[in-house]
Design a protein. Structure first.
Length: 334
C-alpha cells in the first residue's frame, strides 16, 4: 500500500517513455472480461495510447504514488474524440466552449493501483480544468471497463458503437456525455459600494505576486481606497460573487477602440475554479465595439500568461520596469 498521498500533475514529454508501458499494462489487465486479447492488442495500435497534442496543450495529467506512475488521463479542447498519435483521421481544430463539449481523453490506471479512486480524482481535475476554459459540457468514447467509472461520475451512455480495428476485428465503445453543474459563481457590475471589498481582495490576491518578484511596493498593493474610487469614473468594474461573498473582480476601459483590461483578481482559495475565465469573458462582452483587447502581467507570472493565452491573447510587447520586473503585454483582436 502507498505511504504518501497521490500526486497529480500535468504530464510532460519526459513522461512519454513511461506512459506507453502503463497504458499497455492497464489495457491488457483491466480489460479482461470485457475485451479479447486480440481486441486489446489491436486497440493498442491506435485506439489506445498517448496523444501528445494533449501534453503540448497542458491538458493531460499523470498521478504518481510513492514515486511510481500510477495513472494518466486528460481532456481536450480539440475535435479528436479518442486515440493515440498513431490513429488516422485526427482533427486538431479547436472547439468553441459556447457550442461544443470538451473531450475527456485517454484514462488509464496501472493495475497495481486500480480501484483506489485515482480515476475519479483525475476526472474531477479534468472537468474543473475544462470548465476554467469555459466549457460546460463533456463527452468521451468510453471503453467497456471505463463505463463504470464514468457512469458513477454522472455520465450518460449513448448507443454502443463497433470501432474497426485491423484484420477485420472491431472493438465496442460506448459514447458518453455529461453537462457540468451550474457555476456557483455569479458575475455582476460592481459599484462604489463594493470598492472597499474589492481593494481588500486585490491586496490579498497580489501577495503571491509580491513574493514572486520580492517587491511589496507593486501598485495593486499600494493603491488607496480614494485612488480606487477614482477609477470608477473611467472604468467598468465587474465582480464575481459566491453566495454573498465577493471572490473576484476585473476592470476595463476603452480608448480609441482599444479595450484595456486590468487588475483581474480572484480569491486565492478559488484559483483554478474558472472564476478568472468567467470574469474575462464577461468584461470582453461589455465592450462590443472594441476592435481589440489589451492587458499586461509580469513576465514571471506564468499562470497568468497561460490563462490569457488560452483565452486567445498573444504577446505583443514587453516593458522593463526594474531588474526584477518586466511587464508582458498581450493583445486579442475582436
Amino acid at each position: 500500500m502507498s505511504t504518501t498521498a497521490p500526486r497529480l500533475r500535468r504530464a510532460t514529454m519526459a513522461d512519454l517513455p513511461a506512459l506507453g508501458p502503463l497504458i499497455a499494462a492497464s489495457a491488457r489487465e483491466l480489460s479482461r472480461g470485457d475485451y479479447s486479447s486480440e481486441q486489446v492488442e489491436g486497440a493498442l495500435r491506435g485506439a489506445f495510447g498517448t496523444d501528445t497534442q494533449l501534453i503540448h496543450d497542458g491538458s493531460y495529467f499523470v498521478i504518481e504514488v510513492d514515486g511510481r506512475l500510477a495513472g494518466c488521463g486528460g481532456w481536450s479542447r480539440r475535435r479528436t474524440l479518442f486515440g493515440s498519435d498513431a490513429r488516422a483521421g485526427r482533427d486538431s481544430t479547436e472547439l468553441d466552449p459556447a457550442r461544443d463539449a470538451a473531450k475527456i481523453r485517454a484514462f488509464f490506471i496501472h493495475p497495481d493501483f486500480a480501484r483506489r479512486g485515482l480515476g475519479s480524482m483525475m476526472l474531477e481535475r479534468c472537468e474543473q480544468d475544462a470548465m476554467a476554459h469555459g466549457f460546460t459540457r463533456f463527452e468521451l468514447m468510453g471503453t467497456l471497463p471505463g463505463v463504470r467509472l464514468y457512469a458513477a461520475r454522472g455520465y450518460h451512455a449513448g448507443e454502443r458503437v463497433e470501432w474497426p480495428l485491423s484484420d477485420g476485428l472491431t472493438i465496442p465503445f460506448i459514447p458518453m456525455s455529461k453537462s457540468a453543474a451550474p457555476s456557483p459563481f455569479r458575475i455582476a457590475h460592481a459599484t462604489t459600494e463594493d470598492a472597499a471589498e474589492i481593494l481588500a481582495l486585490q491586496k490579498l490576491a497580489y501577495e503571491s505576486e509580491a513574493r514572486l518578484y520580492d517587491d511589496w511596493t507593486l501598485p495593486p498593493l499600494t493603491q488607496t481606497l480614494p485612488g480606487l474610487l477614482d477609477e470608477f469614473s473611467t472604468s467598468v468594474f465587474l465582480k464575481a460573487i459566491e453566495g454573498k461573498r465577493l471572490v473576484g473582480s476585473v476592470r476595463a476601459r476603452e480608448t480609441g477602440g482599444l479595450c484595456q483590461i486590468g487588475r483581474l483578481i480572484v480569491d486565492p482559495e478559488l484559483q483554478g475554479r474558472g472564476v478568472g475565465t468567467l470574469l474575462m469573458r464577461r468584461i470582453e462582452a461589455e465592450f462590443p465595439q472594441a476592435r481589440a483587447f489589451e492587458l499586461f502581467t509580469g513576465s514571471r507570472s506564468e499562470g497568468n500568461i497561460r490563462l490569457y493565452e488560452r483565452l486567445g491573447y498573444c504577446r505583443s510587447r514587453e516593458q522593463v520596469l526594474s531588474p526584477a520586473v518586466t511587464l508582458v503585454f498581450l493583445e486579442k483582436p475582436r
